[in-house]
Every structure is written in structure tokens, then in C-alpha cells.
Design a protein. Structure first.
Length: 259
């Protein structure tokens, strides 16, 4: 997969040299190219922003600089373009999976109040363009969001994870224990500072271990992600699951209307 990133802070992407993603780059599974947007600004100050039409706070990134940068980076190619912004569609495991199947991605990182909207309008006539956000909070710029997305996408590429099952078991992976987060994990020693590893995990009884793991996943989902638990498919739950949810006084389904 080829990955181009345009930003006024290329230094933000140093972490892509390490760990799984760094190894994938060394092997050639990932071809990451980070570009300095200011290379396409022509005035002495390398200006990339200007005041917003209509007034208001902050600055907006200029379309001409972005246009030249994107044209130079893509040539006559047609990458899928991602514009990180808190107002974008949510980045989910499903979108990560979809993007992992693309041969070429281009990330256009905005700072300040964002990029002049005509840039997306222009490239949407030629490329598939998505504005994407990573959660309901506001970052100072798209760079960290792109690191998040690249890591989520990169680990799904063939051969990037040592153990292919790791991605299959992910909390939000399609078809896993869908809509359940993962439960707790333990390693040696069996007792640490008086805390014991749950005995069932040492029992060697695979059926009981699987059941226990599912129970713990359900408990944690109810505690930490009640909106996911509420959306569980009742028909996909067995008697044991239902009993556990009953014990937790948790009702699957939409919240009752106030009465
Ligand atoms: Cl993609 N960018 C910024 N600046 N803030 C965000 C975001 C992106 N996603 C969530 N918050």
C-alpha cells in the first residue's frame, strides 16, 4: 500500500518509523511518503493560511497551496483521499478495514480552522474523498488523527501482524464477538501482590475458559460501553448470556421512553 501524507508538521510522523508500521515499511508492505505542505507555498513567509470569509476566529488553509501540493503528489494517479477533521464521518474498524483494501491513500492534514472547502469539492470530482474524524473531541490538527488511522489500517495489511488471529479477535472486528469489547487478560505469575489469576484460566478446560471469557466481555461491555450492550442482537445471545445480563440488571434494546 502506498500512503502519502501532506502536513505542515512532517515531524509528527516520526512514530511511523517504529514498531509494526516501521517494520512493514522496511519490508515494503507499506510505502509511506510524508510531504511538507509549505514546499508548495511561494511567498517568502511560506504562507499556508488566511483569514476566514464571513469573519470569525482562527485561520483557514489556502486552497492554492493545497491544490499545487496535491497535484504534485498524485500526478495522474487516483489515490483515495482522506481529510481528517472533527466534522468528518466516524473512523471505525469497518472503515479501517475498507481503507486497508485500497492500494493508495492520501491524507491531507489541516491545521487551524481547517482547509478551504473548495479543496475537497475540487478533488471529489476526480478522487474518492472522505472527511473522517476519530472521536468526539477536538485536536489541534489532523496529524495525530492520521497516526491513529495509519496504525489501525496498517496492522490489517497482510503480514503486518505476527499472529493473523490477533486482528480477527479484535473487539470491533467483523464477526468476532461483535459489539462486545474484550475481557481481561493475564500472564505469569499466578499470584502478583496478592492478586490471583482467575482459577478457570489455569484449569485447562477450554469450554469453560471460552464461556468465562465471554461472560467477562459482556460484563465489561455493560460497564464501559452500555450503548454497545444495548445494541446487542437478542437472538445472538444464549440462555447463559441472558442470565448474566439479568444479574447485571441490564436490559438489551432501546432505552425505555420516560414514563
Ligand atoms: Cl480527524 N482532527 C481534529 N483536528 N480533531 C479531531 C479529529 C480530527 N477527530 C477527532 N477530533
Amino acid at each position: 500500500m502506498r500512503l502519502d501524507i501532506i502536513s505542515i508538521f512532517p515531524e509528527y510522523f516520526a512514530p511511523l518509523d517504529v514498531s509494526l508500521i516501521g517494520k512493514a515499511r522496511e519490508r515494503g508492505t507499506l510505502d509511506v511518503r510524508v510531504h511538507q505542505l509549505r514546499d508548495w507555498a511561494h511567498d517568502v513567509h511560506k504562507t499556508v493560511d488566511d483569514t476566514p470569509y464571513g469573519g470569525g476566529p482562527g485561520m483557514v488553509m489556502k486552497p492554492e497551496v493545497w491544490g499545487e501540493a496535491i497535484d504534485a503528489v498524485i500526478g495522474d494517479g487516483t489515490p483515495r483521499m482522506i481529510v481528517p477533521t472533527p466534522s468528518g464521518r466516524p473512523f471505525t474498524q469497518e472503515l479501517a478495514q475498507e481503507l486497508a483494501e485500497e492500494p493508495w491513500l492520501l491524507f491531507a492534514c489541516g491545521r487551524y480552522e481547517g482547509i478551504d472547502s473548495r479543496v475537497v469539492a475540487e478533488y471529489a470530482t476526480r478522487l474518492r474523498v472522505d472527511e473522517v474524524g476519530i472521536g468526539d473531541y477536538v485536536l489541534a490538527g489532523g496529524e495525530v488523527a492520521v497516526l491513529v488511522m495509519v496504525e489501525a489500517i496498517g496492522r490489517l495489511l497482510p503480514g503486518v501482524l505476527g499472529n493473523a488471529q490477533s486482528a480477527v479477535d479484535d473487539s470491533f472486528a467483523p464477526g468476532s464477538m461483535r459489539n462486545l469489547v474484550e475481557g481481561p487478560v493475564y500472564t505469569k505469575p499466578p499470584v502478583w501482590r496478592g492478586h490471583e489469576v482467575p482459577a478457570v484460566l489455569l484449569s485447562g478446560h477450554h469450554g469453560k475458559i471460552a464461556r468465562w471469557r465471554r461472560d467477562e466481555a459482556l460484563r465489561r461491555t455493560v460497564a464501559n460501553r452500555p450503548e454497545l450492550a444495548a445494541a446487542l442482537d437478542v437472538d445472538a445471545l444464549d440462555k447463559h448470556d441472558r442470565k448474566l445480563l439479568e444479574e447485571l440488571s441490564f436490559r438489551v434494546g432501546p432505552e425505555d421512553v420516560a414514563n
